[in-house]
Design a protein around this ligand. Structure first.
Ligand code: HEM
Length: 148
């Protein structure tokens, strides 16, 4: 989705002093990108542990509640880091992501993944596969933004 209002907002944001500062300091974007990637590693490894347990592939000797209590907080605590680093990247180059359908898809997938992760904690292969697909889709979309 791309509207004139969105284009105007991107152009306004791009010319704010904060955006200009991010653009001219060459170290900011690579640094926040690195933190974004480290946070993705934390989220994805926790998602994998949870979903492989739901699929019965790992940790079958561990009660599901224990695995959930161990790994779900890692996801919740890491999402604000992804949000903050993502926002810095957006402010630095707003149109590249905000006006990009792949970025918009990524945000929709993220909302769905958060809902599935928050709502379901019963042993279910379908939920595990849905969750893995959504989180993997977010990673694909994240990388794809640069190429669309
Ligand atoms: C919480 C909200 C999030 C926001 C606002 C956000 C925003 C962004 C932005 C703006 C980029 C830069 C894209 C570009 O210009 O090429 C990016 C990259 C990326 N994001 Fe996110 N993101 C968020 C959460 C996530 C999550 C949850 C994941 C995966 C679990 C993720 C995975 C990625 C990946 C794989 C990249 C490409 C990194 C690279 O190639 O350097 N993001 N994100």
């Amino acid at each position: 989705m791309r509207t004139q209002a969105l284009d105007r907002f991107c152009s306004w944001l791009e010319h704010t002093p904060l955006s200009q500062a991010i653009q001219s300091a060459g170290w900011v974007v690579p640094t926040v990108q690195t933190i974004h990637i480290l946070a993705i590693a934390a989220v994805m490894s926790s998602v994998l542990m949870l979903d492989l347990r739901l699929l019965g592939i790992v940790g079958r000797d561990q009660p599901l509640a224990r695995v959930t209590n161990r790994f779900r907080p890692v996801i919740w605590w890491t999402l604000p880091i992804l949000l903050a680093t993502g926002v810095v990247m957006i402010i630095g180059e707003p149109a590249r992501s905000l006006a990009n359908p792949v970025f918009q898809l990524k945000m929709l997938l993220l909302l769905a993944a958060i809902a599935v992760t928050a709502a379901f904690h019963k042993e279910s292969r379908i939920i595990a596969i849905l969750s893995l697909s959504l989180w993997a889709g977010i990673v694909f979309a994240g990388r794809w933004i640069a190429y669309y």
